[in-house]
Write a protein that binds this ligand. Structure first.
Ligand code: ATP
Ligand code: MG
Length: 460
């Protein structure tokens, strides 16, 4: 099938895939390692089908960069001269998505390929295009960026030179307008254009710079790095939902530990996770977060599933502990104080980073189950074991042990309890102290809330 496409394209002369533009360097396949068969079948088909329909189409962005670096691309993006509606008309299994950037998602060979129309410089397009308008807010942040443009303009509106290489699957050539190929080879992250203006237009580019340097093990060049410290407050102006998406990409990049350390070093965490300041300054908090991030990085690198709920529960745990302790100090009861602390920490965090409510259940379960690991007599450990979120809460408790927050012995007890049969579990139960039993009996006549409280005080 693909051979048939190629034959048709080449016999058409493929005028559009060979640039006559002197500003572009054409890097032949003898100079790079990207042969057609390294491209995902779905994106290859999408690019070639668009070319066959008479449009220009290239594989762009992270996939070209990652292939040059010998990494497996996370996803494939296609850039084309076809408008979203024209792309829709070519592919039956496709839909237009996005408000800020209108893109088309094409389902091809079981893959979702993101297809974007070449975009131009917003300010010039304001004058020349009737149908699209570009606006910035008071800080210079672009609010709309849906102005179509030429291939070269599209290259220049991208963020970093290493993300601005176009790969033509028909010719196996790379088109390079901005010396991105040299930058990939030198492992250098260089922003396109004037750095301050580019960060002002879209402050998320600062987060992308941190994520990409950590993920790819490359260095930002001085001009790219210099304005970040001063411009970090601009992140406060980015919609919290977009920040959450970008933060999730960073935390699940497989290099979260390096990226979070770098975020903090550059002052970028203030608008995202301001609690990091407090937490990372205490040895226990620092140890806990480092372990949680290292654990997440290992899981991502091994292709194991990761849960945003678990990670945010970990990032905020030492803040919950601090607020919980403050409530206990003024005489509040253990479990209600914990629940109050959980709600307060999560809603304060939400003002900065919109952690979607769908993760609340997991976060609250993980936190509220922690005191229950202390109870190792009667039926309580059996009930805890049956909780649907027990595995996550258990992993979390092990991290607390490892970080030195609680006794290792507790973790070992649960490890054995979890992995043994029922008879073994019965034999492991600790005896309830008689005094405790009496207190518990007395509490039988109390309300449900007070009972939970009595148990938690026994636990504490
Ligand atoms: P990865 O997919 O590995 O996370 P990526 O660079 O492909 O990295 P995407 O979010 O898929 O990231 O974006 C695809 C391409 O779109 C980028 O390579 C870049 O050229 C361009 N791009 C993405 N975000 C921005 C931005 N904020 N400003 C300018 N260009 C961007
Ligand atoms: Mg990508």
């Amino acid at each position: 099938m693909i051979r048939k496409f190629l034959h048709r394209i080449f016999s058409l002369g493929s005028a559009e895939s060979v640039p006559a533009d002197p500003a572009v360097a054409v890097i032949g396949c003898e100079q790079h390692s990207i042969t057609r068969n390294r491209i995902s079948p779905g994106s290859l088909k999408v690019a070639l089908t668009l070319q066959q329909a008479g449009y220009t189409a290239y594989i762009v962005g992270g996939a070209v960069r990652d292939l040059l670096l010998g990494l497996k691309p996370k996803d494939y993006d296609v850039a084309t001269s076809a408008t979203p509606e024209e792309v829709r008309a070519v592919f039956r299994h496709s839909r237009i998505i996005g408000r800020r950037f209108r893109l088309v998602h094409v389902i091809s060979k079981g893959e979702t390929v993101e297809v974007s129309t070449f975009r131009g410089k917003a300010s010039e397009a304001l004058i020349t295009t009737k149908n699209f308008c570009a606006h910035t807010d008071a800080t210079g942040r672009l609010l709309h960026d849906n102005v179509f443009g030429s291939q070269e303009e599209d290259v220049r509106r991208r963020d970093f030179t290493i993300n601005a290489l176009f790969y033509d699957p028909a010719t196996e050539e790379i088109l390079d307008y901005l010396n991105g190929f040299k930058d990939v080879m030198a492992k250098r992250l260089r922003i396109i254009g004037e750095p301050e203006q580019r960060y002002r237009e879209d402050p998320v580019r600062m987060l992308r710079a941190v994520r990409l340097s950590a993920k790819l093990g490359i260095q930002m060049d001085d001009k790219t790095a210099a304005p970040i410290g001063d411009m970090a407050p601009l992140l406060l102006n980015v919609p919290p939902a977009r920040l959450f998406d970008e933060m999730l990409k960073l935390l699940f990049s497989g290099h979260a530990l390096t990226a979070v350390i770098d975020l903090r070093a550059r002052g970028l965490h203030h608008g995202l996770l301001p609690v990091l300041d407090v937490i990372l300054e205490q040895p226990l908090g620092e140890q806990f977060i480092s372990l949680a991030l290292k654990n997440t990085d290992e899981r991502v690198q091994q292709g194991k599933p990761v849960s945003p709920g678990f990670l945010f529960a970990a990032l905020l745990w030492h803040e919950v502990l601090a607020v919980w302790n403050a409530h206990l100090k003024v005489g509040e009861k253990t479990i209600p104080a914990l629940h109050k602390a959980m709600g307060e920490v999560l809603s304060a965090q939400r003002n900065r980073l919109a952690i979607p409510h769908r993760h609340d259940g997991m976060i609250y379960d993980i936190w509220s189950m922690q005191p229950r690991f202390e109870a190792r007599s009667g039926r309580k450990p059996f009930r805890l074991l049956e909780h649907p979120n027990f595995p996550a809460a258990y992993d979390f408790m092990l991290l607390r042990c490892k970080s030195g927050e609680i006794d290792q012995e507790l973790g070992q007890w649960w490890q054995t309890f979890k992995n043994t049969d029922n008879a073994g579990r019965e034999a492991m139960l600790l005896q309830e102290a008689p005094a405790r039993r009496r207190r518990k009996r007395r509490s039988r006549s109390k309300s449900a809330g007070e009972k939970v409280d009595a148990v938690s005080q026994e636990i504490a």
